[in-house]
Write a protein that binds this ligand. Structure first.
Ligand code: ACO
Length: 353
C-alpha cells in the first residue's frame, strides 16, 4: 500500500506586487531584488485575508481536482507559521469555513519553510498506520502582516500612496533584506491510500537542528516573556522576523543536497534517477545551488519564485500544482521534494507519480 497524491490546488491572492513598487517604500532597487533573489513579483493578500482563507481556496481546488467530497476526507493537516490566530490553529478555522463535518480531526503543524514537507511525511505515516485513508494537506502563509504594510498596502496596491515619513522609510530600509523576499500564498493536496503499483511515497528523511535558532526567528511575542506581548516589544519591532541571510543561505545549499542524497540512499535509487527536484522557493540562487550540488540539469529543477517570492509552507504545493498543470509532471516520474527553513528544519522526500 502506498500514499498517493490524487489532487492539488492553489490559493494565491489577486494582488501582484512587482519589485518596482517596493522601491517606493525603502532604499532598494528592482535589480538588487531580481539578481540577489530571482524574485520579480509576489502576491499580497487583501486586508482580512489570512492563511486560513487562502488555504481554504487551495483546499477546495484540491478536493475538486481529486474529485472528492469533504465527507470522504478522514483528516486535515494544516502547515503554517502564520495562522489566523495565536490559538487555535488554522485547522478548526478551515473546518468551519469549508463546512467539514465535526468528525474530521484537524492537525496543525508549523516547521515554517519545511512545513509542507513535514506534512507530506506525516500524511504518509498516518495513512501507513492504517488509521486514515484520505487526508487533505494544506501549506499556506501570509507574510504581509509581519511588515509595517499598512503603508505598504497603500503604496503598492491601494493606489492612494502617501509620502512616507523619513522615519518610516528608514525603518523599512532596516528590514529590506527580509521584506523583499516574501509573498502570500497557499497550496493543498489530497493524499490517499492506494494499491496502484509503484505510484506513491517512497521515503522521507527529515532533520532538525535547534542549535542556532537565532539565525531565523521571531524574537518577540513568545511565552517565555511576561506578558507574552507588550507595547515595548512592538516598539522594538520584535514581532518582525530576524534573519542571518548569509548563514541561512549557506545552510540551505549544503543541507538540502545532503538530505536528497540521504533519502536516495535510503530508497536505493541514484540522485541522477530524479526526474524533477522540487526545491523550497526561498531564493533562486539557492534553488540553482541545490541543483548544481546534486549535478542535476536545470530542466530537472523547476522554479516559480520569480512570480511568488517565498510563500513559506505554500511554496512546494504551489510549485507541484503548477508542474502538474503545465504537464511537467508525468506518470512514472521520480520526484524529490526538499526544503529548509527556520528551526532549522530540513529534509527530502521521494515520490513516484
Ligand atoms: N535592497 C538593496 N540592498 C540590500 C537589500 C535590499 N532589499 N537587502 C540587503 N541589501 C544590502 C545589504 O545591506 C548589504 O549591503 P552592504 O554590503 O553595504 O552591507 C548587501 O545588500 C549585501 O547583503 P548580503 O546579505 O550579503 O546579500 P546576499 O547576497 O546574501 O542576499 C539574501 C541576501 C537574499 C537575504 C540571501 O542571503 C538569502 O536568500 N538568504 C537565505 C534566505 C532563506 O533561505 N530564508 C529561509 C526561508 S525563510 C523561513 O524559513 C521562514
Amino acid at each position: 500500500m502506498k500514499s498517493v497524491i490524487t489532487g492539488s490546488g492553489i490559493g494565491v491572492p489577486k494582488n501582484v506586487v512587482r519589485n518596482e513598487a517596493l522601491t517606493r517604500l525603502m532604499d532598494t532597487t528592482e535589480e538588487w531584488i531580481r539578481t540577489r533573489s530571482g524574485i520579480e513579483e509576489r502576491r499580497y493578500a487583501d486586508p482580512g485575508q489570512g492563511s486560513a482563507e487562502l488555504g481554504s481556496i487551495a483546499a477546495e481546488a484540491a478536493l475538486a481536482d481529486a474529485r472528492r467530497s469533504k465527507k470522504e476526507i478522514d483528516a486535515v493537516i494544516f502547515a503554517t507559521m502564520t495562522p489566523n490566530f495565536y490559538f487555535p490553529g488554522n485547522g478548526p478555522v478551515l473546518q468551519a469555513k469549508m463546512g467539514f463535518p465535526e468528525t474530521i480531526p484537524t492537525f496543525d503543524i508549523r516547521q515554517q519553510c519545511s512545513g509542507f514537507l513535514y506534512g507530506l511525511d506525516l500524511a504518509d505515516s498516518l495513512i501507513q498506520s492504517g488509521k486514515y485513508r484520505r487526508l487533505l494537506l494544506i501549506g499556506a502563509d501570509v507574510h504581509t502582516p509581519f511588515m509595517p504594510w499598512e503603508m505598504g498596502w497603500e503604496s503598492t496596491i491601494g493606489g492612494t500612496a502617501r509620502e512616507l515619513t523619513p522615519e518610516e522609510y528608514a525603518f523599512n530600509t532596516s528590514i529590506r533584506d527580509r521584506t523583499v523576499l516574501f509573498g502570500d500564498g497557499a497550496g493543498a493536496v489530497v493524499v490517499e491510500s492506494s494499491e496502484d503499483g509503484d505510484r506513491g511515497f517512497i521515503a522521507a528523511k527529515l532533520f532538525t537542528d535547534g542549535s542556532n535558532i537565532e539565525a531565523l526567528y521571531v524574537p518577540g511575542v513568545g511565552f517565555r516573556r511576561r506578558p507574552y506581548v507588550d507595547k515595548e516589544q512592538v516598539e522594538r519591532a520584535e514581532p518582525i522576523p530576524v534573519m542571518e541571510g548569509r548563514e541561512v543561505f549557506k545552510q540551505a545549499v549544503s543541507r538540502m543536497p545532503e538530505s536528497v542524497r540521504a533519502v536516495c540512499a535510503a530508497a536505493g535509487v541514484n540522485v541522477t534517477d530524479i526526474d524533477l527536484l522540487m526545491v523550497h522557493q526561498a531564493n533562486l540562487r539557492i534553488v540553482e545551488g541545490v541543483g548544481k550540488a546534486l549535478a542535476l540539469p536545470s530542466e530537472k529543477v523547476p522554479h516559480n519564485i520569480e512570480r511568488y517570492g517565498n510563500t513559506t509552507a505554500g511554496t512546494l504545493p504551489i510549485l507541484y500544482h503548477e508542474c502538474v498543470r503545465d504537464g511537467r509532471i508525468k506518470p512514472g516520474m521520480l520526484i524529490c521534494f526538499t526544503a529548509l527553513g527556520s528551526g532549522l528544519h530540513w529534509g527530502a522526500a521521494l515520490y513516484r507519480t
